[in-house]
Design a protein around this ligand. Structure first.
Ligand code: IVH
Length: 669
């Protein structure tokens, strides 16, 4: 495609890119995908190559976008924090390899290949083994001093470990929000009608900028260190030795199989293909790989341009995107009444699965992108599993198309919907009688993070509500096998299994019950704090607003919502009914005895135990200062297993996790 290159076009492009830089770096709310940005950037580079006399000092190719935030102290970097040039194909990789050979006057140059983390760059300085500061990239010369905030990252060493601690050490690292945390926080945001983050990178950027470090702590950020800028002890000579060295000092970094030493473009592509296969299993987002000349000494000979080093490049993965058309827009009603518009798409294959729906989030989002029925759109899979519509192809818009509007009435109950000032969400406020809300509430009540009633999923809840057997939470505990047998699809065994699962859920940690009630703005963290404070259902029902506001990390908005909930006599009656029907919330006592062998240890429970339900065993562990996790990983200390233990036991054996029988557990208690 040959485009006419005029000076006017050039300045427009500079302006557009500066605008997108602002959205991305300052507001952490990008309007276009990284790929789309890169296309524009390439176009700009091409024009500047052909017309060097046009180059503006403010062109994004000449300056690193300033991402500093006026409320933090600015601090100078000891060495410029550079960016990386991008490559996208074999040809560009060959160019990079050839250039290395030419500049170094050799025929081979080992290159270290590693992951390109999609987070935020930070520089960490340690003096005499102690963290002195953490600075963001900023304009490359000066950045924001965010030491207070990065100290909330649990995996970040405040003091270095090991024997050979250098007097001065400055490392470069990437801060990110783990995908699981991102998805959970976004789910909570969506439910409470707040604007959601576009991707984990923005979530991490937004979180690091918060002035309240306590809130940053709640965002559960993590990081990975990958570069050494200064090391007074000069212990490493090659990039491939960096991870092991940093690990020894206590930093989280790349594992051995996440890096490779390669020499040719073919080997680089082979490594890239291997990493791309593992991409969906990773707990963080990556957007490509980074290639660095392995010899650290030889880098000096190559030097840097104003923006990027000549000894390294990124190789970016193709974005996971596709085009399709919007056949209709439907509206879903969530459990708090939030209306979510959903695009029903002509099915299209995208990153391993067929996509037929994409969330459009809310009315503001639809307006901003001007999305209409009949439009041809680009869809993309971001950090979330739910695909999103990124762009409309306006040229393909049908002539008779009209803007879409949110219905004025709830599609489930027909009541008028409202949009409160300052909220992005439109809601159905008929909380009592809206069937869609009721079904969603019941589904959430039974779900894994809440009451964890196995086999009580979406379909079964729908059937129970349709048949009139269940209307409120307590009805679940009145169900009998005979009731279930009247429903289509239930046989004796499946009916008994569900009744057993319901029975089991009666012994439940208190916070889960509070979470399960679906009180607006009350997520897991808040529920935990309230449960630990109230301890009994009785006390919970009598909480005062002042008491709640006083709790760590609970604000006025949340306190108000809880009090609002408890002020409804039907809610109180429901809690009493649940109690009467045998729901017995447990609050684990907090351990004070750090000598107990369970103290600080992480347990996973599997199979059925003779003497305890899993919740009871979990409470006993927590009372002794241990933690209980739901999945086995390298971080698990003990697997407590009972009869019919399955895949978790196998995984634990594979990972070499210590196994514990019920008898051993009893003894240790
Ligand atoms: S090295 C001078 N290694 O990518 C070398 N950077 O686009 C530049 N990034 O600001 C840094 N993963 O935040 C390096 N394995 C990795 C990286 C990485 C992600 C980020 C980094 C940098 C940006 C450049």
């Amino acid at each position: 495609m040959v485009k006419e290159e005029t000076y006017e076009k050039y300045t427009e492009l500079v302006e557009a890119l500066r605008h997108h830089d602002f959205k991305y770096y300052i507001e952490a709310k990008p309007e276009i995908s990284d790929y789309e940005y890169d296309v524009l950037y390439k176009e700009l580079e091409e024009i500047e190559k052909g017309h060097p006399q046009w180059i503006l000092p403010s062109s994004p190719t000449q300056v690193i976008s300033d991402s500093t935030h006026s409320t933090f102290k600015r601090k100078a970097h000891s060495a410029p924090m550079l960016s990386l040039a991008n490559t996208y194909n074999r040809e560009e990789l060959c160019d990079f390899v050839d250039r290395l050979h030419k500049l170094l006057e050799t025929k081979t140059a080992p290159i270290c290949a590693e992951l390109k983390m999609d987070g935020l760059a930070i520089s960490l300085r340690y003096e005499n083994g102690v963290l002195v500061h953490g600075i963001t990239r900023g304009d490359g010369k000066k950045g924001d001093d965010i030491t207070q905030n990065i100290k909330t990252i649990k995996s970040l060493p405040y003091k270095l470990k090991g024997k050979n601690i250098p007097e001065v050490l400055e490392v470069r690292a990437e801060v990110f929000m783990p995908l699981q945390v991102f998805q959970e926080l976004n789910r909570v945001k969506e439910e409470s009608g707040e604007e959601i983050w576009a991707n984990p990178r923005n979530a991490a950027a937004g979180s690091l900028k918060l002035l309240d470090s306590k809130e940053v702590y709640r965002r559960k950020l993590d990081f990975i260190a990958f570069g050494i800028i200064e090391d007074s002890s000069r212990q490493v000579k090659y990039q491939h030795e960096v991870p092991a060295y940093l690990k020894g000092l206590g930093f989280p970094t790349f594992s051995e199989d996440q890096i490779a030493v390669v020499e040719t473009a073919e080997q680089i592509l082979e490594y890239a293909a291997k990493i791309e296969k593992q991409r969906s299993e990773m707990r963080f987002e990556i957007d490509g790989i980074v290639l660095k000349l392995d010899s650290i000494d030889k880098r000096k000979a190559l030097g840097t341009t104003a923006k990027v080093p000549r000894w390294a490049v990124a190789y970016k993965f193709a974005a996971e995107k596709a085009t399709t058309t919007i056949e209709s827009i439907t509206v879903q009603v969530g459990r708090t009444g939030v209306l979510t518009p959903v695009a029903e798409l002509a099915p299209v294959f995208l990153a391993g699965s067929t996509i037929a729906r994409a969330t459009l989030h809310n009315m503001d989002e639809i307006r901003r992108k001007d999305i209409r029925i009949g439009d041809t759109v680009w869809i993309e899979k971001g950090g979330d599993v739910i695909p999103k519509v990124t762009l409309v192809d306006f040229e393909k818009r049908p002539k008779n198309s009209t803007p879409w509007n949110m219905p004025l009435e709830c599609p489930s109950c027909g009541e008028r919907v409202v949009r409160e000032e300052g909220e992005v969400a439109t809601r159905c406020i008929n909380h009592k009688e809206c069937t869609a809300q009721n079904i969603k509430k019941l589904i959430f009540f039974a779900s894994k993070p809440a009451m964890d009633i196995e086999n009580l999923g979406d379909k079964v809840v729908e059937k129970l509500v349709d048949s009139g057997l269940v209307q409120k939470f307590s009805d679940i505990y009145k169900l009998t096998s005979d009731d279930l047998l009247t429903l289509e699809g239930f046989k004796e065994k499946s009916a008994d299994n569900l009744i057993d699962a319901i029975e089991k859920s009666k012994d439940i940690e208190f916070y889960r019950l509070i979470l399960a009630l679906g009180i607006k703005f009350v997520g897991k963290g808040t529920a935990e704090v309230i449960a630990a404070h109230a301890k009994t259902l009785e006390a919970f029902m009598n909480l005062s607003e002042l008491e709640i506001v006083d709790l760590d990390g609970v604000g006025e908005k949340v306190a108000h919502s809880v009090i609002d909930y408890l002020a409804h006599p039907t809610h109180i009656q429901e809690l009493k009914d649940l109690e009467q029907l045998g729901v017995k919330p447990i609050v684990p006592k907090v351990a004070t005895n750090s000598d107990h062998p369970f103290f600080g240890k992480t347990f996973v429970l599997t199979g059925s135990l003779e003497g305890y339900t899993r919740t009871e065993a979990g409470s006993l562990i927590k009372e002794r200062g241990g933690k209980v996790s739901s999945s086995v990983s390298a971080k698990t200390d003990f697997l407590l297993y009972g009869e019919e233990a399955g895949s978790k036991l196998k995984k634990a054996q594979k990972l070499g996790v210590a196994l514990m029988t019920e008898e051993e557990f009893n003894k240790s208690l």
